[in-house]
Ligand binder design. Sequence first.
Ligand SMILES: Cc1cc2nc3c(=O)[nH]c(=O)nc-3n(C[C@H](O)[C@H](O)[C@H](O)COP(=O)(O)OP(=O)(O)OC[C@H]3O[C@@H](n4cnc5c(N)ncnc54)[C@H](O)[C@@H]3O)c2cc1C
Length: 95
Amino acid sequence: MKPEGTSAGARIREAGGRALIIGGGIGGLSAAIALQAAGWDAAVYERGPSLAGAGAGIVLAANAMKLLDRFGAGAEVRAREPPSGRRRSAPGRAG
Ligand SMILES: Cc1cc2nc3c(=O)[nH]c(=O)nc-3n(C[C@H](O)[C@H](O)[C@H](O)COP(=O)(O)OP(=O)(O)OC[C@H]3O[C@@H](n4cnc5c(N)ncnc54)[C@H](O)[C@@H]3O)c2cc1C
């Protein structure tokens, strides 16, 4: 029986569970980082042989960046963003 008022994060930590995550895209990797930070043993299974870009850009909204900051990945993502006013339309090409 869980005590009333216990936060979801505390309950997850208490459970100390194991998660198998199918797919190593941004969703799967973010889930793995969040679960590991909450004390879970999380393993990611990706069917692709490597992570390859689709040749398209991705727009990350402010709330997504807040989460990436919480996961400790925000600075790395910002370091890879194209200079202001420029967009990469395909790998290696600026548009
Ligand atoms: C051309 C294009 C432009 C886009 N532009 C934007 C944009 O500007 N902004 C935005 O927010 N989003 C954009 N999107 C959408 C964005 O790509 C997705 O929202 C995002 O990648 C979803 O992440 P995900 O981790 O959920 O899924 P995915 O990135 O699709 O990752 C899923 C992973 O799971 C793996 N997988 C699937 N099934 C299995 C299985 N059975 N076993 C093992 N592994 C499996 C796949 O190989 C894949 O690597 C765009 C998409 C496309 C195609």
